[in-house]
Ligand binder design. Structure first.
Ligand code: NAI
Length: 505
């Protein structure tokens, strides 16, 4: 699209004003309407103040700001004719199917035949919105994220009837607006909200089984994997009034696929009004807006005791020995002596299964997660019969260099392994279902969800065959199709190729 493009925006709330800001910053002409004219006025003042801020920071040319005032035209909804000159109208009004359909059918009557209608819907079907229009082929989704100017990604969603030319123009426009477009099929949750299901629902599953508490789950994912926010911090920030319905809606729209299964925990907490930060109490308590956390208990002192490290997973053993060799542990070679603490490093198996398989004494066995970073936190897992004295030995030795330690209940895949396995599995399924291409999946997840790595990149870094093994072990332990590996992952893991590989023919 060229710079003389005129964009119409209907809805001047949180999203609409963000889109207006982007368009003005890109030097485009904008026509804006809202059901409430005062909201349009407020939006104008807000957007101009945001642009002024950008000028003050040296991020925007003053002449763009000066021009913006005349480039933004506020119009009344009674005067839809004012949108006649628009090349594209984006709606960011209330999330109601019939209201959006009504608006589009009215706009269709005044727009030129080439003009595009785009919806910013976050949960409705683009195809269904378009179905009310005479020309559904010119309707598409343009799904921005909040706050629009900072979230530099936009899902361009093609409905069943959207023409490729419309999609191409929206991709070009996204680039003009300084946002990365990702091309997405019209499927429940589109791409980013779909990809986020693993992080939320698997964390709830871990919590529901009593494997670890809220704080330990969050700490594990921040410190071992580099997530900026733990899943429960994220729930609290978003509010359960928003996230619980999204969890349920995506699950039902995929006809109860167990991969997206909700948890009664959020349903119950929502009923109790424990919404999160906005109500002062969510998974965490908030005092003056500050999240309240418990102090972590000091680990036991390190003792000079015999320690045997399992050779079963050579890389895990190497990483553990690297830590232990400079501490007090008296490392044993060969078979463990009768008193030795036995450390194992299972992948996707629980400590009990791994100890018994290796013929170890489960009363002296402790599992350590060595798959992720070990410099900030180490996560340990005893069997249900591990003696306290041995668990204390393990905690003391692994905390001896000052690194934090977390002890969780026996679980297949600790916290981080199973969370990552689920996130990657869902991303692979998104590729398999052709909702988006692998490159767009990674870009969208990094920009839209703020993950440190794209899920497919992450799979390649870990090794696709290993991710497959984690999922197979989870599925074996639970007998739950929730963990069934995506066929996209299975094939690429078996071929020994990257999970970003698309068919070559
Ligand atoms: P909002 O409530 O902040 O703003 C909506 C605006 O639309 C209000 O100013 C309202 O007066 C106006 N409006 C309502 N019905 C209208 C009508 N029939 N004609 C003209 N104006 C009308 O809502 P928000 O958050 O900006 O969301 C707008 C759309 O964007 C929704 O479809 C939502 O699902 C979607 N969305 C929201 C995101 C968010 O984080 N807030 C993220 C991505 C998409």
């Amino acid at each position: 699209m060229k710079n003389q493009t005129v964009i119409g925006v209907v809805g001047a709330g949180a999203m609409g004003r963000g889109i207006v800001q982007l368009a003005l910053a890109a030097g485009l002409d904008v026509v804006l309407a809202d059901a409430n004219p005062e909201t349009s006025e407020e939006a104008r003042a807000f957007v101009l103040s945001m642009l002024q801020r950008q000028v003050d920071k040296g991020r925007l040319a003053e002449k763009i700001l000066n021009a913006a005032e005349s480039k933004l035209q506020l119009v009344s909804l009674d005067d839809l004719q004012a949108f006649a000159s628009c090349d594209l109208v984006i709606e960011a009004i209330v999330e109601k199917l019939e209201v959006k359909q009504q608006l589009f059918t009215k706009l269709e009557k005044v727009l030129s035949p080439q003009a595009i209608l785009a919806t910013n819907t976050s949960s409705l079907s683009v195809t269904e919105i378009a179905s009310a229009c005479k020309h559904p082929e010119r309707v598409a989704g343009m799904h921005f994220f909040n706050p629009v100017p900072l979230m530099k990604v936009v899902e361009v969603i093609h409905g069943q009837l959207t023409t490729p030319a419309v999609v191409k123009k929206l991709q070009e426009l996204a680039a003009v607006l300084g946002h990365q477009p990702v091309l997405v099929a019209d499927m429940p949750g589109f791409l980013i909200n779909h990809a986020g299901r693993g992080y939320s629902t698997e964390a709830l599953r871990i919590l529901s089984e009593g494997i670890a508490g809220v704080e330990d789950i969050d700490r594990s994912l921040r410190d071992q994997c580099g997530f900026r926010m733990g899943p429960f911090e994220l729930f609290d920030l978003t509010g359960l009034d928003v996230s619980h319905p999204v969890i349920e809606s995506i699950y039902h729209q995929f006809y109860q696929d167990p991969r997206y299964r909700p948890s009664p925990i959020t349903a119950q907490r929502l009923k109790a009004g424990l919404l999160g930060k906005k109500t002062g109490q969510g998974f965490y308590a908030y005092v003056d807006g500050q999240q309240q956390c418990h102090e972590e208990a000091d680990p036991p002192a390190a003792q000079a005791v015999p320690v045997w490290v399992s050779p079963n997973i050579p890389e895990g053993r190497r990483r553990l020995l690297d830590i232990l060799k400079s501490g007090s542990a008296r490392l044993e070679a060969g078979q463990p002596s009768a008193e030795a603490l036995c450390l194992i490093t299972p992948l996707g198996e629980d400590a009990t299964t791994a100890a018994l398989q290796q013929g170890l004494d489960p009363e002296r066995t402790v599992a350590v997660d060595t798959l992720f970073a070990l410099d900030k936190r180490r996560v340990l897992m005893p069997t249900p019969v591990t003696r306290r004295a041995y668990l204390n030995q393990a905690l003391g030795l692994l905390a001896e260099d000052g690194t934090k330690v977390t002890c969780i209940q026996d679980s297949p895949g600790f916290i981080a392994q199973r969370m990552l396995a689920c996130i990657i599995n869902i991303a692979c399924e998104i590729a398999q279902l052709q909702i988006a291409c692998p490159a767009d999946i990674d870009i969208a997840v990094k920009r839209g969800l703020g993950y440190p790595l794209g899920p497919l990149e992450w799979a390649d870094q870990l090794n696709p065959a290993l991710v497959l093994q984690l999922l197979e072990n989870l599925q074996k332990t639970y007998g739950d199709p929730r963990y069934r590996p995506s066929t996209w992952l299975q094939r690429r893991a078996r071929l020994g190729i990257s999970v970003t590989t698309e068919p070559t023919y």
